[in-house]
Design a protein around this ligand. Structure first.
Ligand SMILES: [Zn+2]
Ligand SMILES: [Zn+2]
Length: 136
């Protein structure tokens, strides 16, 4: 079992996190929530149990926006960086782009959600397994 300690944070450094592995369900998603939340066409996600994520920066926990019946999107109130999603269930999903070391093989996506929203002709094309409309 991978007990690695992952660290990361927002653009300005007010929000920092530590997440203890193993990371679960590494995947990419192109749903409209992800696109609007970030401005990006696709996001890369990894998930941790809530009790294994600690907010360590001077700004404490990120601000949240209630984005669905079961989850809120998290962002830095100072710089606006998208950080992840905090579910009502005890899961916190963090965006891979916020990790200090986001090339760890344990974090690489295994699947992709909402391929139907992937713009035709836009590269890189998803090479991971298509999970259709399933959302984290
Ligand atoms: Zn920030
Ligand atoms: Zn999504």
């Amino acid at each position: 079992m991978n007990q690695a300690l992952y660290q990361g944070g927002c653009l300005c450094g007010q929000v920092r996190f530590e997440a203890r592995g193993p990371a679960s369900n590494p995947h990419t998603c192109s749903c409209q929530l992800c696109q609007r939340h970030s401005g990006a066409l696709t996001l890369a996600w990894v998930e941790f149990p809530r009790e294994r994520v600690t907010w360590t920066g001077p700004g404490g926990a990120p601000a949240t926006f209630r984005s669905s019946d079961y989850s809120s999107r998290a962002f830095c109130r100072a710089c606006g960086s998208s950080l992840g999603a905090i579910d009502d269930q005890p899961t916190i999903a963090l965006l891979l782009g916020c990790f200090d070391d986001n090339r760890d093989p344990a974090l690489m996506p295994h699947s992709h959600s909402f391929s139907d929203r992937w713009p035709e002709g836009w590269q890189p094309a998803p090479t991971t397994q298509d999970k259709g409309g399933q959302h984290e």
